[in-house]
Design a binder for this molecule. Structure first.
Ligand code: BGC
Length: 748
């Protein structure tokens, strides 16, 4: 019987492979024929923006324009074709998803896939072909203004979440466009800054997630970064685009520039870039427009190079069923469906991280809650329309205040005071979007400590005093502070100057805690903040920017309808100067930024150098307790399977994230103490035990050898750690790795 099954399986596999080959052949045939029929002008029109968010199509051959939109928290509002003016109709409201930091905090691959399906279906629903998402740059510093758009400081976690996300998007016949390739880890001088980084750090930290989305995720497109590497702009980089992406990783999809990331015609044309986009309306003058045509006509650039680029774009179109008869089978999209909203809620529920619950104040008892005071601008703020290109015109957004009131259903009195005075802007305004000027002044800067204007200071005092007075009146069952940052800090084109809370919130918190020592603190933010009051706060929740149902999810967590299960995808240092990039004075750098910290990024640094942190990577609490036992490491290199039993010993159901770290104690090269190499999220009823089964990828044992210029695996003893965070290791085991010479050389 087994033999028959095997035969059937092999036959099935063979026919599957044959089908894939036929499809591939058909694709290549179709694009060959199309390219042979295109004139030079038509080809050139496909290689650059002919509007702010699309290239040129060729109607006579049935080649449509390729229509793109940002990303990543939903599909962005529509602009006029050649002008950064929002159209402002009612047809571009969309589902607003939790930010990538929030998604990464779920450590839930399925939710990443679901997020992808929402993004992909909504993009299709809005008539877009490419969604400019997800952003997967590594969080090198807590001060980077776009951290909220990125996932983690860890390449493994980033890759594990990005792959299903990309698959979800592309399942909807929409192309994901993973950005920004590569080394775009700051906003300051983002258009020009030259990143110097060792090849080891490049390969071990900054590239693996990109490599994974290319090889495992089969992503259809990538966006080049603004910054420079190896003396070249990343959008024109031979090293990144030609050698690594195209030759090594065999990427045959489309590479689009970041908007305004191309500077030189020759360099762009000879690099692996296919499509130049920018923010200005002089479309014919783009480097890859008339200047490129002239270069071809003058014989400086071979037309064969142009053909390759056109083919890459056509290949993406073919994959999306955009060409010929295939349009009939292209999946239609949808937006603003109840299912999409439900998925944003599912993610929000699992992304919230409970950081402190010292007095077990949470969950609150709904039945006993009669009077609540909510303090803080973020409780009542619509966040979706901020952040830069990630801005969203959300169909609606449940704020924390709304979520709490909706849950309490009128049975409790909920008072609200803003507590601090924060920036505001008119999101309905019709002024030209900031992006029109986004190529000025290096494209990005660092916030300045220009001091606070006296009238603002006055307002802050008035707001603070009113809040403290209200809390001091007493009679509240609970005081909930909802503060943190908004998109005036978590913002494209801008890095923070330090990790301090804006709007004098530290002072407000200290005074609030004087009169309401049990106040529950909830923080919105895409990056950690300093918490000088941390010892005085007993209950602390980290909320990220959590999508249109964020307020619902927060209320459910506060009142115990949902048990928190988010875990930090990045370390929260005490202050930014503890971070490796900063303590060596290499953030944001000047014309050049030197990543001298090498592979010691995030927890790899804090953990290895024993630098105390506020909250470690992987950390988060639950309303229940989990006990780990019976760690087993089975198999031989390269096939190791790790399993660990986890028991819910508390009285409520909950989800636990089992984290597997690998370390090489006496390596012949400098290595970090341990690195995340696997994880599993388990759902456990009270008293239930489940086994987490985690396969270790051969890459789990490798390091990048700079002399040999490839990944290698050392033989010898490795440590396998199972833990609840990088600091809270519950169990450890050893395993022996025997590497034959043929296995020594190992490429990811
Ligand atoms: C951003 C990209 C974005 C593009 C298009 C640029 O400013 O860096 O992430 O996709 O604009 O809006």
């Amino acid at each position: 019987m087994k033999q028959r099954n095997d035969i059937m399986w092999t036959a099935l596999k063979m026919s599957e492979n044959a089908r894939v080959n036929i499809m591939d052949n058909k694709c290549e045939m179709v694009i060959e024929v199309l390219v042979s029929k295109l004139t030079l002008d038509e080809k050139i029109s496909m290689l650059h923006g002919t509007g702010l968010f699309h290239n040129g199509g060729v109607e006579r051959l049935g080649i449509p324009e390729l229509v793109m939109s940002d990303g990543p928290m939903g599909v962005r509002n529509d602009f006029e074709d050649a002008h950064w003016m929002v159209i402002g109709n009612s047809d571009d409201y969309v589902s607003y998803l939790p930010s990538n930091s929030a998604l990464a905090s779920t450590w839930n691959r399925k939710l990443a896939y679901e997020t992808g399906t929402v993004l992909g279906e909504e993009a299709r629903g809005r008539g877009k072909d490419v969604i400019l998402a997800p952003g997967i740059n590594i969080k090198r510093s807590p001060l980077c203004g776009r951290n909220f758009e990125y996932m983690s400081e860890d390449p493994y976690l980033t890759g594990e979440m990005a792959v299903p996300l990309v698959k979800g998007v592309q399942n909807a016949d929409t192309a994901a466009c993973v950005k920004h390739f590569a080394l775009n880890n700051q906003e300051t001088e983002r258009l020009w800054v030259e990143v110097k980084v060792s090849e080891r750090a490049l390969r071990e930290i900054y590239l693996p997630a990109f490599e994974k989305v290319v090889k495992e995720g089969q992503v259809y497109s990538l966006m080049g970064a603004y910054n420079r590497y190896n003396g070249e702009h990343c959008c024109e980089s031979k090293t990144l685009l030609n050698h690594i992406l195209r030759e090594e990783w065999k990427f045959d999809g489309m590479v689009v520039s970041d908007w305004g990331g191309v500077h030189l015609t020759r360099e762009a044309a000879t690099s692996g870039l296919d499509l130049e986009m920018s923010v200005t309306d002089n479309f014919d003058e783009y480097c890859m427009a008339q200047p490129l045509k002239k270069a071809v006509e003058d014989g400086e650039i071979q037309e064969a190079l142009i053909d390759e680029k056109v083919k890459n774009i056509l290949r993406l179109m073919y994959r999306l069923h955009m060409l010929g008869e295939d349009v009939a089978i292209r999946k239609p999209g949808s937006y603003n469906t109840p299912e999409h909203r439900q998925k944003t809620l599912d993610v929000a529920r699992e992304s919230i991280v409970l950081l402190k619950n010292d007095k077990n104040q949470l969950p609150l008892c709904q039945g006993k809650t009669r009077k609540v005071l909510v303090v803080g601008d973020n409780a009542n703020r619509i966040q979706s329309y901020g952040g830069g290109s990630a801005e969203i015109k959300a169909l609606y957004e449940i704020t924390p205040l709304l979520g709490i009131k909706m849950l309490l259903g009128g049975n409790a009195k909920v008072d609200y005071v803003p507590g601090y005075y924060a920036d505001n802007f008119d999101h309905m305004n019709t002024e030209t979007n900031w992006q029109a000027d986004s190529l000025e002044n290096g494209g990005g800067s660092m916030g300045e400590n220009g001091g606070v204007a006296p009238e603002i200071l006055e307002k802050q005092n008035v707001y603070r005093e009113a809040a403290v007075k209200k809390a001091a009146e007493g009679g509240y069952d609970t005081v909930i502070f909802v503060g943190g940052q908004n998109h005036f800090q978590d913002l494209e084109g801008h890095d923070r100057q330090d990790m301090k809370l804006p709007y004098a919130q530290d002072k407000l918190l200290e005074e609030l805690l004087d009169v309401a020592p049990d106040a529950i603190v909830v923080m919105f933010s895409g990056s950690p903040v300093e918490m000088p009051w941390i010892k005085r706060v007993h209950t602390l929740i980290w909320n990220w920017f959590n999508g249109m149902e964020g307020g619902t999810a927060l209320a459910e967590i506060l009142f115990g309808k949902v048990n928190p299960s988010g875990r930090l995808p990045e370390t929260f240092p005490i202050t930014y100067t503890d971070c490796s990039a900063h303590c060596i004075g290499e953030f944001p750098g000047g014309e050049t930024v030197n990543y001298k910290e090498g592979i010691f990024v995030g927890y790899r640094y804090y953990d290895s150098r024993q630098i105390p942190v506020l909250f470690p990577f992987g950390y988060g609490l639950s309303y229940t307790e989990f006990v780990y036992s019976n760690l087993r490491v089975k198999g031989n290199y390269p096939d190791f399977k790790v399993s660990v039993d986890v028991t819910n010993v508390g009285s409520v159901a909950g989800k636990e994230i089992v984290q597997i770290y690998v370390g090489k104690p006496d390596s012949s090269v400098e290595r970090v103490v341990k690195e995340l190499r696997g994880f599993a999220k388990l759902d456990l009823q009270p008293g239930e035990t489940k086994t987490a089964e985690i396969s270790l990828d051969p890459a789990a044992f490798t390091y990048f050898d700079e002399q040999l210029r490839h990944f290698v695996t050392e033989s010898g003893e490795y440590k396998i750690f199972a833990g609840k965070s990088v600091e809270e290791i519950c169990l450890a085991e050893s395993c022996e790795v025997e590497v034959g010479s043929e296995q020594l050389r190992y490429f990811l």
